[in-house]
Write a protein that binds this ligand. Structure first.
Ligand code: FEO
Length: 174
């Protein structure tokens, strides 16, 4: 069993991970439609990864003999001015995720719920990597600006980066 406050923040995170997945799925669609297949594949992978996160929260709550709750999920944005804006919004979103994960750690620690505190450590580490990946790509897009040739090559670079992330995930045991 879990304390009500801890359970509430965990259930809320199930919802937020679903929301994250939908945001990235929609971004993947925007990229594909606007001629950036590399970035589209990157966001498609991100969308799938968010579902893995969602399932981790879902399973943890169930393992603690509680009933996971899904709830209503907000619709993601569909319009972006540029590819740069897509990545800016992604990093902004990941910072919000980090803040929510930190809150789960704080609430569980305050409740002396060390089981949840230990569970959430995976996500604390994960967020360092997620923010770093988006920041790395974003820096390159800021340099490229609106130059079409630059964007074309960056899209291919993101595709290669995505393949690299996929092969790393394939060899990971977590
Ligand atoms: Fe589930 Fe991108 O954090």
């Amino acid at each position: 069993m879990l304390n009500k406050k801890v359970l509430d923040v965990l259930n809320s995170q199930i919802n937020f991970e679903f929301f994250s997945s939908n945001i990235y799925l929609q971004m993947s669609s925007w990229c594909d439609y606007n001629g950036y297949p590399g970035c589209s594949a990157f966001f498609r992978r991100q969308a799938q990864e968010e579902l893995v996160h969602m399932n981790k929260f879902f399973d943890y709550i169930a393992e603690k003999d509680e009933c996971p709750l899904v709830g209503a999920i907000d619709a993601p944005a569909t319009e972006y001015k540029s590819l740069l804006e897509v990545f800016e919004k992604s990093l902004e979103h990941e910072k919000e995720v980090t803040s929510r994960i930190n809150n789960i750690a704080a609430v569980s620690f305050e409740d002396k719920d060390f089981s949840t505190f230990n569970f959430v450590q995976f996500f604390i580490t994960e967020q360092i990597e997620e923010e770093a990946n988006f920041r790395k790509i974003l820096d390159k897009f800021r340099l490229a600006g609106e130059d079409k040739r630059g964007l074309f090559f960056l899209d291919r670079e993101v595709e290669q980066f995505n393949t690299q992330l996929l092969s790393t995930a394939g060899t990971a045991t977590a």
